[in-house]
Design a protein around this ligand. Structure first.
Ligand code: CO
Length: 303
């Protein structure tokens, strides 16, 4: 009986073991892991589908993971489970992929992206032979080139009905801590340099909506377009931005005597935004597997 359970355990561990995947003599099998925060709003899934469509031109297997634990728990309850980063890495190994391109579909280097990085390191340390390479594509906004291309894409996608005297406020998510805060501040400055009535405010962090509202009032603006600066037009866009509660941005704009016009489209649907992500996936030199080897060599531990 005991040996039966031992056999069962061995078979099960062989089945799920990703250690066999990285046999260096056979040709590499490439795949793409797209990692988003996630969404529970079915209608906002269109933005993620649009990104997947853009990546399908690469003709490689695509796996999805969501970094948000809360979102994954809610989806599980709805009978629509989504993979965590660790589960998606296991899935990739089980599919026989040996070289993985992981793309962060986060807006900036904030909490969620750093969590993704930590998860990849944890997975690779625990399964050092699972992949020959794991290339990490960085989030949407990291460089000045990213910022210029993102601003082009944002302004080009604004509804044509917007008149030159009407303001537009982009709703970013933001983080209270970390470099993502400074990145959104820079994006706000960049937007204003291109269009003085385009503003960026965020749910969290220093780019608060209060500051933008004060500027809208001071400039005597009559109409304000509202646009999510998030990959999906999910809960924050529907409720905190466009919702009917008194503290939503739309309600605060109305209370100040201006007319809010929400435009509920996630960034994922914007072709210019997809192009920045694709460039990050292709251009990254950040190999999580082999940089680890280099680190070990540097400390003299690898022989
Ligand atoms: Co949030």
């Amino acid at each position: 009986m005991r040996s039966f359970f031992m056999m069962l355990f061995l078979c099960a561990s062989l089945l799920v073991s990703p250690a066999l995947a990285a046999d260096n003599t056979s040709p590499a099998v490439e795949g793409i892991l797209l990692v988003a925060f996630g969404t529970t709003v079915p209608a906002s899934r269109v933005a993620l589908d649009a990104i997947e469509q853009a990546y399908s031109a690469e003709n490689k297997p695509i796996i999805w993971a969501y970094t948000s634990d809360i979102i994954r728990r809610k989806l599980e309850k709805q009978g629509k489970p989504a993979l965590s980063v660790m589960e998606a890495m296991d899935r990739a190994a089980q599919m026989g992929l040996t070289s993985l391109r992981v793309q962060s579909l986060h807006v900036g280097p904030g909490e969620e992206f750093h969590q993704l990085e930590r998860m990849l390191v944890k997975y690779i340390c625990g399964n050092p032979k699972a992949f020959r390479s794991v290339m990490l594509g960085h989030p949407l906004l990291e460089s000045e080139q990213d910022m210029d291309e993102v601003i082009d894409a944002l302004l080009a996608a604004l509804p044509k009905d917007r008149k030159a005297t009407e303001a537009v406020v982009f709703m970013g998510h933001g983080n209270d801590r970390g470099p993502g805060d400074l990145m959104l501040y820079a994006l706000g400055k960049g937007l204003q340099a291109r269009d003085e009535l385009a503003f960026l405010a965020a749910v969290e962090g220093s780019s608060s909506f209060d500051k933008v509202l004060a500027q809208l009032k001071a400039k005597g603006i009559k109409r304000v377009w509202l646009q999510p600066m998030m990959i999906v037009a999910g809960d924050h866009a529907l409720n905190d931005m466009a919702g009917s509660e008194d503290d939503s941005w739309a309600s605060q704009i109305r209370a100040a005597g201006m007319e809010p016009i929400p435009h509920l489209k996630g960034l994922g649907e914007n072709k210019g935004i997809q192009a920045v992500f694709l460039r990050h996936t292709k251009d990254t030199t950040d190999d999580m597997v082999n940089s680890r080897k280099a680190d070990l060599q540097f400390t003299g531990q690898a022989k």
